[in-house]
Design a protein around this ligand. Structure first.
Ligand code: CS2
Length: 485
């Protein structure tokens, strides 16, 4: 007999952990943009633990800014979903109850704005990915030419972008004389809180300078460092969730045991005591965030591009190649040397732990998933630290390998001549730049190094390094990886 759909907490297999609080009596205090797998494995999981341990009105409503599919699936299950935690030995399941309703923002922007205006909502968190911040790569500020930003500035009461929603939500609270909510960015951007603040302020300034001043003086934008490796769900995820819970769950996700969350303690009207369930609350997140972006995400991108072009589907398979695993470790050491001291962290031990996490055989994390959106990820993960390394007298060789691998990937054709989509918001621009360009390291690197706003000018002023990139790319184009490792 087919299992019934996960819709309530009855009839769950007895061994499965489930909410240890009264779900129906818990009010919503957080509104979240981007109900994807990462949010469900991270912010929602921490919040679930804090609700179970301490209670409080901190349940979550969410909104998808684009597709309806995830929202519909979650709503059909009353917000319930299974979180599988996998390591080499075992998979365990938790049924999470923290999420209540999920909106589809493009269908009903006003319903989302009404939630944002509700004083019960005290935090508005985001996991929307780098590109959804609509940052102009050249100025580093808000992209006023972005069609959705233009739309939102013309019709602020029916926004499309997260920035548009935040500003209109804050405006409604301001007019009603209510306290603001705290916007909480949980994306892998450098100084994500400060960045969000600058974007929100420049959007608000275009509408009304007095209101922008009110935001400036009253709305905190804490920065965060977030970490949990969370691959896209597969049929195996759904099958394992059903086996462990006894219920069919189309919103199940899987993740690793490790999780880390470091948060600056600036909130306008309270927050859950996430520190009681493992988060670290600090005054300044910058050192941690750089460590994670450079050592974890930088090495991830290096492995994803090299691995993808070498034909490896998953990061764990790339890690099974001793040469590539050693290269990742070498890159982590190079990245660590661009960091000062990170309070409470031993960077060698951190790197060893990253290597073990990447190698987790139970996590099927696609190289193609990490390769996505390279133009949005390269600067903070690889290019800023490469420049700092060069300024410090280092040759930044592993960075040159990573950048050459991204350029090889950007050709959009694998070593067997099979084409693939880059899945990058600047994909069309990249294709245009590469049109008619000879397929050799010098010509291709020359074309891509000139993409506006991508490579910092200070980095381009190191000709030995850019030549190194061209030489390495030439080897990759000739399908000759070995000398790189
Ligand atoms: C990855 C990250 O997809 C990517 O680009 O590098 O999503 C990574 O898995 C997370 O940041 C881990 O916390």
């Amino acid at each position: 007999m087919a299992a019934t759909r996960l819709q309530s907490l009855t009839n769950l297999n007895i061994a499965v952990r489930q909410p240890a609080y009264d779900r129906d009596a818990t009010k919503v205090g957080i509104f979240h943009f981007g109900p994807g797998a990462f949010f469900r494995a991270h912010l929602a999981a921490y919040t679930e633990d804090s609700l179970s341990l301490l209670g409080g009105d901190w349940a979550i409503d969410a909104a998808s800014l684009r597709s309806a599919e995830t929202a519909e699936t979650l709503n059909e299950q009353n917000g319930l979903y299974t979180l599988l935690v996998r390591d080499d030995e075992q998979t365990s399941a938790i049924v999470v109850g923290a999420l209540h309703h999920t909106y589809v923002a493009p269908r009903d922007p006003n319903a989302v704005l009404e939630r944002l205006a509700d004083p019960d909502i005290r935090i508005v968190s985001l996991t929307i990915t780098e590109k959804a911040y609509c940052i102009d790569p050249v100025s580093g500020g808000l992209d006023f030419n972005h069609p959705d930003i233009r739309h939102d500035l013309e019709t602020p009461s029916s926004p499309k972008t997260a920035i548009g929603f935040l500003v209109e939500g804050l405006r409604r609270r301001h007019i009603a004389g209510n306290l603001p909510f705290t916007p909480l960015s949980c994306d892998n951007l450098p100084d994500n809180g400060g960045m969000l603040r600058r974007l929100v302020l420049s959007f608000a300034n275009h509408l009304d300078a007095d209101f922008a001043n009110w935001i400036d003086s009253n709305v905190p934008f804490p920065a965060t460092m977030v970490d949990r490796i969370t691959p896209a769900s597969t049929d195996e995820t759904y099958a394992d969730a059903e086996r462990l819970t006894g219920q069919r769950d189309l919103a199940a996700i899987e993740t690793e045991p490790f999780r880390q969350w470091i948060i600056e303690d600036h909130f306008a009207c309270g927050r859950p005591q996430w520190e009681e369930v493992g988060a670290l609350i600090v005054e300044d997140v910058e050192a941690y965030e750089k460590m994670k972006l450079r050592m974890l995400n930088g090495a991830h991108s290096l492995l994803a591009y090299l691995g993808f072009i070498a034909g490896y589907e998953y990061i764990r398979d790339v890690m099974g190649d001793p040469g590539l695993a050693a290269l990742a470790r070498r890159h982590m050491r190079a990245a660590a040397s661009t960091l000062g001291t990170v309070p409470g962290m031993d960077l060698e031990a951190y790197a060893d732990e990253l290597i073990a996490r990447f190698a987790n055989r139970a996590i099927a994390h696609k190289t193609y998933q990490i390769a996505m959106d390279g133009t949005q990820k390269l600067p903070q993960r690889l290019l800023f630290p490469a420049n700092e390394a060069l300024e410090g007298g280092d040759a930044a060789e592993t960075y040159a390998i990573a950048v050459a691998a991204w350029m090889r990937y950007a050709l959009g054709e694998d070593r067997h001549g099979k084409t693939y989509a880059l899945r990058d918001p600047r994909e069309a621009e990249i294709a245009e730049r590469l049109e008619g360009v000879a397929r050799n390291g010098a010509a291709v690197s020359q074309a891509l190094l000139q993409l506006p706003g991508l490579f910092p000018p200070a980095l381009l002023a190191h000709p030995r390094w850019t030549d190194d990139v061209a030489n390495k790319l030439e080897l990759l184009i000739q399908d000759n990886c070995l000398p790189l490792i």
